[in-house]
Write a protein that binds this ligand. Structure first.
Ligand code: SME
Length: 165
């Protein structure tokens, strides 16, 4: 059994330290990408308050040609399966290779609403050898839920997963 639940009211920096340790411990030595993403989605959901979606999109072959983002393991409501690179918050993160911290999703041009409850969003790319291979997507029903501290914490997790998914 894994029991990684953080204590309530703890400093977010400490939460991210514990979360990174849990991610490291659960994915170390495990080569299966789906298993690792599934466990990390569950950890993000358990550790971070006020989320309505936490999960992964991976870069993969598009149905017709080229590449696009394809839904990976997540916790939350069923979501859009394929997102063109450059579209929505996830597509912007994949195209730019840069974190997208969106305080108000309704003000983000092209935001893709998978769950009407979402008000704010944080999307962090996962890079390998200088290329985006996936993104971590967090949605919240609370406006402006995510801060630079969240972005930095999730970026550390993305770096940890670079060779593990
Ligand atoms: N809102 C995202 C789509 C994915 S869902 O939030 C799970 C976007 O605009 O890319």
């Amino acid at each position: 059994m894994f029991d990684f639940k953080p204590s309530p009211d703890q400093d977010p920096l400490e939460t991210y330290r514990e979360l990174a340790n849990a991610v490291d411990a659960l994915t170390m030595g495990e080569p299966d990408a789906v298993a690792n993403m599934a466990n990390v989605a569950a950890l993000l959901w358990e550790f971070l308050p006020d989320l309505n979606w936490a999960g992964f999109y991976r870069i993969g072959p598009a149905i017709s040609q080229g590449e696009e983002l394809i839904l990976g393991p997540f916790v939350g409501r069923p979501a859009c399966i394929r997102i063109p690179i450059g579209q929505g918050v996830c597509g912007a993160a994949a195209k730019q290779g840069a974190t997208q911290l969106v305080e108000d999703v309704h003000a983000f041009p092209g935001h893709i609403a998978c769950d009407a409850a979402s008000q704010s969003e944080l999307v962090v790319p996962i890079m390998r050898a200088g290329k985006v291979i996936a993104v971590i997507d967090l949605d919240s029903p609370v406006p402006a839920r995510f801060t630079a501290q969240d972005a930095a914490g999730v970026e550390k997790i993305a770096a940890l997963l670079s060779e593990r998914i």
